[in-house]
Design a binder for this molecule. Sequence first.
Ligand code: ZN
Length: 197
Amino acid sequence: MANDKSVGKLFFYALLLVILLFGLIRVLINAGGNFFRLELLGFLVLLAMSVAGCIGYVRVWGERVLFGVFVLYLINLVLMWYVTRELSIVLLVLGVVGFISSIPRAAALPKPKAPEAGEPHSVVFDAQERKAASEAKEEPKATTKFTPGKYLASKSGNVYHEPKCDWAKKIRKARQVWFNTKEEAWEKGFKAHDCVS
Ligand SMILES: [Zn+2]
């Protein structure tokens, strides 16, 4: 179903791009001198990007390229307007339509992925990541100073201790995670041991 939809959309893009590029060819025929050379270059770039975008459409980057084509096309239209003092409303409208229709998918693509990934898993994963990140930050402190915080925990555990606690003393230096406040420890997913006053 999603495949049919994207094939339809690809056809829509292709049609739009053909019309837009033909519009540029018409401008090219009437143009001369430096403007002609500039527009020819712009046309070739847009043509190459359009073809690449349509070929890579199945992948995410393909639609991004098409989005880029529409953006460049609109910029090109404005420049043409500036030079020739003529603006083709039809081309402008088509360019805007292409621009708008290629935005939402590019922006919406990552969104549906997040809930599908499974919330429990991602929450656990995020927590682990955050833990890993905080450990990475904490690591240099732990090696340079023996008691770089008020509380400590083991990387593999989920409770934190006061340094004087017997359990705390058993945590090897390499596995130590330090906190300055209870809140900090709590935020990183650690609970207080009985030793914490
Ligand atoms: Zn303890």
